[in-house]
Ligand binder design. Structure first.
Ligand SMILES: NC(=O)c1ccc[n+]([C@@H]2O[C@H](COP(=O)([O-])OP(=O)(O)OC[C@H]3O[C@@H](n4cnc5c(N)ncnc54)[C@H](OP(=O)(O)O)[C@@H]3O)[C@@H](O)[C@H]2O)c1
Length: 291
C-alpha cells in the first residue's frame, strides 16, 4: 500500500494522479491522508482509501497510516511548526511499519539562507535516524507556480523589487515534481537524497523579460537591499516574520543557494524537466493575477 499525506494540496493531488496514471499503481493500493477527507470524494469513488490525518494531532495518525508499506510525507505549509509536525509523522510511519519513507524538502537545507531550511533539515535528519529501512528525500526546487504569487503585484506597478542580485533559481514545474514524487514512491529503493531542479537557472532579470513578453506589460527589476525588501513587504500588509521568510528567498538566490541544476529529475523519471519559457508564455493571465 502506497500512502500520500497532504493529499488535498496542489502537490498531493497531482502526485496521486501520477501515481495512478504514470506509475500505474492501482487506486485500490493507494491511501490518501488529509485534514479534509470530504474534499477527496472523487478519489474515494475511484477506489483510493481516503483517511483523515493531521500532523498536529498525533492520535489521528495510527489509524491513518495503518497498513502503509511506502509513504510520502508532503511537507506542510505551517512554517515554524514543521519540524515538530514532521517528527510526529515520521514516528507514526515507523510505528505503522512503513518500509520506505519519502519527504519533500528543499535544496541544500544545511546551508541555505532560506529561513525555513532548518525545518526541512530537521525532518531529513529525523528520517535518517528513524530506523525506517529505506528513504528518499526529494529536495524540490522552487515551483514555476510561485511566480503566480510574485508577479501580479510587480506587473501592476511595473517594478519588481528584488534583493536577488544576479543569482538564479532553477525553477521546476510542480507537475514535474509530482511525477517525480509518484515514481519515487512507487519504485525508489535504498536511501537517497535527490535534488530536483529544472534544466537551467534563471535570474530575476531573465524572468522579468520573459514575463513582460508574455503579458505585454513592462516590468523592470528594481534592486533593493534585503532590509528594504522586508520593509516593503511589511508595507504591503504582511506580518514581519512572513516578510523575513520571503526576503530570505532573495538572500538565498543572491548567494546561489537555489541555482544548482542536477540530472536527478531525468535519472528518476527518464524525462527532461518541462522548460520555463513556454509555461510563462502560456500563463499570462495567471501571472497578471487574472482567473
Ligand atoms: N518548492 C516550492 O516552490 C514550494 C512552494 C510552496 C510550498 N512548498 C512546500 O511543498 C508543500 C506542498 O506544496 P503544495 O503546492 O501542494 O502546497 P499547498 O497546496 O498549499 O498544500 C499545503 C499542504 O500542507 C498539508 N498540511 C497542512 N497542514 C497539515 C497538517 N497539520 N497535517 C498534515 N498535512 C498538512 C496540506 O494537506 P491537507 O490540506 O490535505 O491536509 C497540503 O498538502 C507545501 O506544503 C510546502 O511545504 C514548496
Amino acid at each position: 500500500m502506497y500512502l500520500i499525506s497532504g493529499a488535498s494540496g496542489h502537490l498531493g493531488r497531482l502526485t496521486i494522479s501520477h501515481l495512478i496514471d504514470t506509475a500505474k499503481v492501482p487506486a485500490s493500493q493507494i491511501i490518501a491522508t488529509t485534514r479534509k477527507p470530504e474534499t477527496l470524494a472523487d478519489l474515494a469513488k475511484r477506489g483510493v482509501s481516503v483517511r483523515a490525518a493531521d500532523f498536529d494531532q498525533p492520535a489521528s495518525l495510527a489509524a491513518a497510516f495503518a497498513g502503509a508499506d511506502r509513504a510520502l510525507l508532503i511537507s506542510t505549509d505551517a512554517i515554524g511548526r514543521r519540524a515538530e509536525q514532521s517528527a510526529t509523522a515520521i514516528a507514526a510511519a515507523k510505528a505503522a511499519g512503513v518500509e520506505h519513507l519519502l519527504y519533500t524538502s528543499m535544496p541544500a537545507p544545511e546551508t541555505s539562507a532560506v529561513l525555513f531550511g532548518p525545518e526541512h533539515l530537521a525532518a531529513e535528519r529525523a528520517i535518517a535516524a528513524s530506523g525506517i529501512a529505506g528513504w528518499t528525500i526529494l529536495r524540490n526546487n522552487w515551483y514555476f507556480e510561485n511566480l503566480f504569487f510574485v508577479m501580479p503585484q510587480a506587473l501592476a506597478s511595473g517594478s519588481w523589487y528584488s534583493a536577488a542580485e544576479n543569482g538564479g533559481i532553477a525553477y521546476i514545474a510542480r507537475n514535474d515534481l509530482a511525477r517525480a514524487a509518484a515514481l519515487a514512491l512507487a519504485t525508489a529503493k535504498g536511501r537517497s537524497t535527490l535534488t530536483l531542479t529544472g534544466a537551467r537557472s534563471y535570474t530575476t532579470a531573465e524572468i522579468a523579460s520573459l514575463v513582460a513578453a508574455s503579458t505585454g506589460k513592462p516590468l523592470g527589476v528594481v534592486p533593493v537591499p534585503v532590509d528594504g525588501l522586508i520593509q516593503g513587504i511589511i508595507g504591503a500588509g504582511l506580518p514581519e516574520p512572513v516578510a523575513r521568510v520571503f526576503a530570505s528567498f532573495d538572500t538565498a538566490t543572491a548567494r546561489g543557494d537555489l541555482a544548482q541544476v542536477t540530472g536527478d529529475y531525468k535519472t528518476l523519471t527518464g524525462l527532461d524537466p518541462a522548460p520555463l519559457e513556454p509555461w510563462i508564455a502560456a500563463n499570462a493571465r495567471g501571472l497578471l493575477g487574472q482567473p
